[in-house]
Design a protein around this ligand. Structure first.
Ligand code: HEC
Ligand code: HEC
Length: 448
């Protein structure tokens, strides 16, 4: 009996449970569908693209990859930053992101400009280092991140990609405006900034020289330049005695381009990993056995740069979106009126006739395919090419050329003007271009 009742009870219970199950799987089914639909958008590829753009932009602008350990804990650069006024910061080419500033301060900066501007009733002194700290706290100094103690004092500082590859549109004041991601900061004096660090002995030890030598080298760079190969080969000067530092290139208009850097070290993502680990000194993983060559890269080989393995990898997980974002940055169009359109149209024909388009193939303006050339092919010395694994120069994609004219042309700025570039090719390729054709060609280059 008892057993039967139990059986019956359990049967009812089971039926009820089934019913419940049926009902519950009915109601949540539609719920589930809704959430499924939200999780799987109509166009998952577009959604992924948007996510990667946002992530990549954040990494490009704001991520130090933990490099503050190197810049602050080892070199002590934050101690120097505490003494730097906004005026000095602007003078060494650092830029201020106007969109990160509170409206009050922004308005004052717009109307002001002189030594002292008022904000919130208080005077804001551009000669006061405390204002620099305030700007860092607002994340308004492009490419420099401050990390603060609870009492508000600067604990450490690190750098991001935006330091060298961004500038601002100067819409508020010189050096203060909207961010222009991907533009080369040709005002930035990287050497002078690094030289502020109180302790450069770790760099000196790495290079196998004394500290004063490191400081002399840093002072030799000048604005708009950085030497990405110094930490590999220790070559600070060219045979002619000039600095071995190259210009900072733009990081826009790179989609569709095969080899990157002036000497074609690799793809965008190759170079991003290289820079984040070996130049910014972030914490990550990097692999390139080409750096084990003790003749070409004595410093890299000695220090094992071809196989970097930090305890925490803060770089690799960000590489995909960072590459995606960079490839999405278009080259900026030249401002209206900055070139003569009729002359540029004629110059386009000259560009083709003179053989420029054989290497600078429109619309990429570099070769589709393997875009490297020997120094002899373009008629220059091999110093910088020899500092790279393949000994070549990469055909520069020319779109947006107008936006990085400061500092000159070619990897080391050896040609001060486009006329100098055209004259170089005219001689090297024995083109015998007429004065008119040269002028038209220059207008075309300005129109790209
Ligand atoms: C201290 C300045 C500096 C910082 C910071 C910096 N770069 Fe660069 N970048 C350079 C210089 C200089 C070169 C040229 C190197 C060469 O050709 O040897 C370069 C080259 C490049 C290129 C190749 C451009 C081309 O025309 O092919 C890319 C892409 C790039 N950097 C992306 C980045 C990214 C992403 C970061 C952050 C992870 C970064 N850079 C951080 C100075 C910098
Ligand atoms: C054989 C291939 C080749 C040909 C032909 C060629 N170039 Fe170049 N071009 C290059 C390479 C490689 C570089 C990079 C040189 C460097 O950075 O040192 C370059 C660089 C440049 C630059 C400098 C870009 C910058 O950002 O600094 C300009 C401008 C330029 N070329 C224009 C021309 C014009 C105009 C012609 C035709 C008269 C031409 N090129 C023909 C391969 C070529």
């Amino acid at each position: 009996m008892r057993g039967k009742r139990i059986f019956l009870f359990s049967k009812i219970a089971a039926a009820g449970a089934l019913l419940l199950l049926a009902l519950s799987s009915l109601a949540p089914a539609s719920e589930r569908e809704k959430t499924d639909r939200a999780a799987a958008p109509a166009d998952p590829i577009a959604a992924n693209g948007a996510r990667m753009l946002a992530e990549g932009r954040h990494t490009f602008r704001d991520d130090t990859f933990g490099d503050q350990v190197f810049w602050s804990r080892i070199l002590g650069i934050h101690e120097a930053l505490k003494q730097v006024s906004p005026r000095t910061a602007l003078a060494v080419g650092l830029k201020v992101d106007a969109e990160a500033l509170p409206p009050g301060l922004l308005a004052q900066l717009k109307s002001g400009g002189p030594a002292t501007v008022a904000s919130h009733g208080k005077a804001v002194d551009l000669d006061d280092p405390a204002v620099t700290a305030a700007l860092l706290r607002l994340n308004a100094v492009v490419g420099v991140r401050g990390f603060f103690n609870q009492d508000g004092t600067l604990r450490s500082a690190g750098i991001t990609c935006a330091l060298c590859h961004s500038t601002v549109d100067d819409s508020v004041a010189p050096g203060i405006g909207k961010r222009l991601d991907g533009w080369a900061n040709r005002d930035l004096n990287v050497g002078a900034i690094v030289n502020l660090a109180p302790n450069l002995q770790p760099v000196a030890s790495l290079l196998g020289v004394d500290e004063p030598t490191v400081r002399t080298v840093l002072k030799s760079w000048g604005p708009g330049r950085f030497d990405a190969e110094l930490f590999l080969d220790g070559k600070a000067f060219r045979p002619d005695g000039k600095t071995a530092a190259t210009l900072i290139p733009p990081a826009f208009g790179l989609a569709g381009v095969d080899g990157h850097t002036f000497t074609g070290w690799g793809s965008v993502t190759y170079w991003n990993a290289f820079v984040a680990n070996l130049e910014m000194h972030g914490q990550g993983r990097f692999w390139d056995p080409r750096l084990n060559d003790p003749v070409k890269f004595p410093i890299a080989a000695r220090n094992g740069f071809g196989d970097i393995q930090s305890e925490h990898d803060l770089i690799t997980p960000k590489l995909a979106a960072l590459q995606f974002y960079q490839l999405a940055i278009p080259a900026p169009a030249p401002p209206p009126g900055s070139f003569n359109a009729a002359a540029a149209a004629r110059g386009k024909v000259v560009f083709s006739e003179a053989g420029c388009a054989k290497c600078h193939v429109p619309p990429l303006y570099t070769e589709p395919g393997w875009n490297r050339h020997t120094p002899e092919e373009i008629g220059i010395d091999s110093f910088q090419a020899d500092r790279s694994p393949d000994g070549h120069y990469r055909t520069t994609p020319l779109k947006g050329l107008w936006a990085h004219s400061k500092g000159g042309y070619y990897h080391d700025g050896r040609f001060a003007t486009l006329r100098d570039v055209v004259n170089h090719y005219d001689g090297h390729f024995d083109l015998r271009l007429s004065e008119q054709k040269k002028r038209d060609l220059i207008e075309f280059l300005k129109s790209l």
